[in-house]
Design a protein around this ligand. Structure first.
Ligand code: HEC
Length: 114
């Protein structure tokens, strides 16, 4: 009798453990998700990745990574740096962590088509 109870208890621990494991990793957001959430698509497309803006004649960012590295884009999105003498239209409003991921993602956009 007792032995059976131990078995039941053990299998329940196993079940809970398995459930916890599958829910465990909260994967960090990727650049594309942050780009979408920050509504960059309102003005920009990234046609190389299939991101289409609803705007007419959007400014495409498919090759924007040629303009600078991740560190540069953090500054640019904070309006602390310029491209061709121009600061960005608006400051990034999300968290610092999201901005770092977004900036790295932008710096890696270098090809028209992947
Ligand atoms: C209200 C419109 C608007 C929104 C929203 C917007 N941008 Fe821009 N963005 C612009 C304009 C205008 C330019 C300047 C384009 C030019 O050089 O003519 C620009 C330029 C850029 C550039 C530099 C492109 C280049 O080579 O000159 C980057 C990078 C960029 N935006 C990223 C973003 C990101 C990331 C977001 C979302 C957080 C965003 N933008 C949201 C309007 C916008």
């Amino acid at each position: 009798m007792k032995f059976k109870h131990v078995l039941v208890a053990l299998s329940m621990v196993g079940l809970v453990g398995a459930t916890a494991f599958t829910n465990a990793e909260d994967t960090p957001k990727d650049g594309k998700t942050i780009f979408t959430e920050a509504k960059c698509e309102g003005c920009h497309s990234v046609t190389s990745l299939g991101i289409e803006s609803k705007k007419k004649n959007p400014f495409d960012l498919s090759t924007v990574g040629k303009a600078g590295d991740a560190e540069f884009f953090v500054k640019y999105m904070n309006k602390e740096a310029e491209i061709e003498g121009k600061k960005h239209a608006m400051k990034f409003k999300g968290s610092e962590d999201d901005l770092k991921i977004l900036a790295k993602w932008l710096s890696e956009l270098k090809e028209e088509k992947k």
